[in-house]
Design a binder for this molecule. Sequence first.
Ligand code: ZN
Length: 116
Amino acid sequence: MDRKRAEFLSRAGKAFDRMFGADGQNSLVTFAQREDRACEVTDELARWLMGEHIALDPSGPSSVEAACPICGGPMRYESAAQAESEVREFQTRRGKIEYRRAAARCPRCRKIFFPA
Ligand SMILES: [Zn+2]
């Protein structure tokens, strides 16, 4: 978590620099330019936060229990480290993020699935 915090603070520092630059204005003159830049840099931070937060949860953005498509029984998510995973895209209000989604395993059928 300390490493994650340090990375966030580093990204936040770069966002600050992209807003203010060395001269405190960074060639942003109109309100629209200021708004565009502020939204751009904070949207990036928001996407990073969401992606990192999802990465800590092996089931991805949906924590809904998935049912096995074969037997209908409950499936289990394996730990992010041992599970097979695939990259998914997710559209957020702040733009598209990518995250790794772990497979779920049905303990009865012994098959793995990537729930929708
Ligand atoms: Zn099953």
